[in-house]
Design a protein around this ligand. Structure first.
Ligand code: SAH
Length: 217
């Protein structure tokens, strides 16, 4: 099966299982070539709905989690998005598909070698102008680019980092896995003035968010 057909099948399954609910998310998941974001020994598994090793003990998110987060964040053209935990760059590319041409994705990654390969992957996949990869501690956010309409956190946090709340725009939405190191609840945070309304979207498992406002190591 060609990568394109494999992606179509993957998207059809995600629609049938109710995870993909909207046409724009279906289209984005069908367009982004996940195999371009994987090391060569992992490419053959690109269209399995599972996380995969990308080096440095980190993983690319599973397609169903990327789709679920894209639906939950209600991404639209023109929005400015902060991603924490860029990893391979795959999740950032899916978000870029949804906010392009005028929107931007700022993707923070703490491990420099992963950030460098994410930049290369995003270039190969055609998202160079829409996604900017920044090396740094994403628990502090990116104050000089704030506020953000959406914040997507792809690593497990012990609590919602205060700097990220403060960098969320009015009516902005953040999705963050909050909980212990081995199991978390995917939490939607919506900003209304100085109030932050939280909603639990269900269980999930991410690698730890390590930083000043996260786990310490
Ligand atoms: N969304 C990615 C998957 C990321 S896995 C993808 O689609 O490939 C989580 C990533 O978060 C790891 O690469 C890890 O290094 C990174 N990370 C953990 N803590 C971080 C922090 N404080 N700031 C930035 N990145 C962090």
């Amino acid at each position: 099966m060609s990568p394109k057909d494999a992606r179509k099948l993957m998207v059809r399954r995600l629609i049938e299982s109710g995870i993909i609910k909207s046409a724009p998310v279906a289209k984005a998941m069908e367009l982004v070539e996940r195999h371009l974001f994987l090391p060569s020994n992992m490419k053959e598994h690109a269209y399995l709905d599972t996380p995969l090793q990308i080096g440095e003990g980190q993983t690319i998110s599973a397609p169903h989690m990327v789709a679920m987060m894209a639906e939950g964040l209600d991404l639209k053209t023109g929005l400015r998005v902060l991603e924490v935990g860029g990893g391979s760059g795959y999740h950032a590319a899916v978000m870029a598909e949804l906010v392009k041409p005028d929107g931007r994705v700022y993707s923070m990654e703490r491990i420099p070698s992963l950030a460098e390969s994410a930049r290369q992957n995003l270039k190969t996949a055609g998202y160079e102008g829409i996604v900017e990869v920044i090396v740094g501690d994403g628990t502090r956010g990116l104050p000089d680019r704030a506020p953000f309409d959406r914040i997507s956190i792809a690593a497990a946090a012990p609590y919602v980092p205060e700097p990220l709340k403060q960098q969320l725009a009015e009516n902005g939405k953040m999705l963050i896995p909050v909980g212990g190191r081995y199991y978390q609840e995917l939490t939607l945070v919506v900003r209304k003035g100085e109030k932050f309304i939280e909603k639990n979207l269900g269980g999930c498992v991410f690698v730890p968010l390590i930083g000043e406002f996260g786990y310490k190591d």
